[in-house]
Design a protein around this ligand. Structure first.
Ligand code: GDP
Length: 367
């Protein structure tokens, strides 16, 4: 009897069973989803046009792709980089190193503000292989560059955390390309003067500035002779604390540097004192960089150095790709352990073992 009263199939019946509960309100949702999708799916063209038009949001998002480890992001990032490459290379790239606390960020802020006020567009990047652990110890604390952080002519980006120094280096180089294509004419690469990160920073900049403190022995500052050799200028920072001591330290560094062999590019490293607090020496810092650029452009070494840096990246990347493929191949994986044992047991010499493994690997590839 109830079956007759409850006519499920009659939509006008007040007793009909409502199926609409589980249905989505389609018109609102689809629009929203489409919008979201559109926002996520920015095309390579849009990224490139955005970057070339100095759109900071596009630049930031493209950098996020460069930093991503997802294969799809990487593929897109590489396309963007390739398209930006013809517009890159026009900036002055400056590396700034020194132990934590020497005043790198404060100096970058002082010099950076001076530059943006005079019409420059400045990108500040960092190389910090520890950023994975410390969540960006360099540039993580943006309050250290308060003014630059809100300056429309400055762009600050913390170190990519890529797991390995090689990974961080590659990503930083790629970020430099994007920043240059976006019209930044000056790029600072900040790095801590410990470990290998300064060597990596040096390999991608035109000019390398080392900040030091007066009256702290080299050992105390963790500065190796190698870093001093890489420096195109050394500045004794916090000089206002004790100007005489700072001058004395500068003299000592000058005489230490005079013992080093002459640079191939003819440049004699300059030593001066500075204070990021009072601003003394900050003009000198920039004048020195400009002088270096003028001199090395005139004698051809500016572009020679860039070419060498580029060719080094080419060969390093061939080496690392070959090595990775070799060790990850089934052939090598299946034979390496036994071969090691044979070498240890003096059954085969290490050279012959290496040769056989490499030849076997290539023979196996062509099969
Ligand atoms: P970083 O670790 O090398 O980046 O060093 P910071 O820029 O963070 O500076 C470390 C500390 O030194 C901070 O407390 C700064 O305020 C201070 N500092 C930086 N430059 C100067 C300076 O020229 N004079 C003095 N007295 N202190 C400075």
């Amino acid at each position: 009897m109830y079956d007759k009263i409850i006519d499920k199939n009659n939509p006008d019946s007040a007793l009909s069973v409502q199926e609409a509960i589980g249905k989505k309100p389609s018109d609102i949702n689809t629009q929203y989803v489409a919008k979201l999708k559109k926002r996520r799916e920015i095309s390579v063209d849009e990224y490139v046009n955005g970057i070339l038009n100095s759109d900071r949001v596009m630049l930031s998002q493209a950098i996020t792709l460069v930093e991503s480890s997802l294969a799809a992001h990487q593929q897109k990032a590489q396309q963007i980089i390739e398209r930006c490459l013809p517009y890159a290379g026009k900036s002055i790239r400056v590396g700034i190193t020194g132990v934590p606390g020497v005043g790198k960020s404060t100096t970058i802020e002082a010099l950076g503000v001076k530059l943006t006020r005079s019409g420059h567009k400045l990108a500040v990047l960092a190389i910090d292989p520890t950023s994975e652990k410390t969540k960006g110890s360099i540039l993580g604390d943006k309050t250290r560059m308060e003014e630059l952080a809100t300056d429309p002519n400055a762009f600050i980006r913390p170190s990519p955390s890529a797991g390995s120094l090689g990974g961080v280096a590659r990503k930083t180089r790629e970020i430099i390309i994007l920043c240059e294509a976006a019209g930044f004419d000056t790029v600072f690469v900040e790095t801590v003067g410990v470990g290998q990160s300064e060597v990596v920073a040096h390999s991608m900049v035109d000019f390398f500035l080392l900040l030091q403190l007066a009256n702290a022995g080299d050992e105390l500052q963790g500065i190796k002779r190698g870093i001093m050799e890489m420096a195109d200028a050394i500045s004794i920072n916090k000089a206002e604390l004790d100007p005489n001591r700072a001058e004395l330290a500068a003299t000592q560094y000058r005489s230490a540097l005079s013992l080093f062999p002459q640079n191939e590019n003819g440049w004699k490293p300059v030593v001066f004192t500075s204070s990021a607090y009072t601003g003394s020496g900050i003009d000198k810092m920039w004048d020195t960089i400009m002088e270096y650029v003028a001199q090395t452009k005139a004698n051809g070494h500016f572009y020679k150095k860039r070419n060498e840096q580029n060719l080094r990246i080419l060969s390093e990347s061939i080496n690392s790709t070959l090595t990775e493929r070799f060790y990850n191949s089934e052939f090598v994986e299946s034979r390496l352990e036994q071969l090691k044992q044979d070498v240890l047991d003096d059954k085969i010499s290490a050279y012959i073992a290496a040769q056989r493994l490499i030849e076997g690997y290539f023979d196996n590839l062509t099969k």
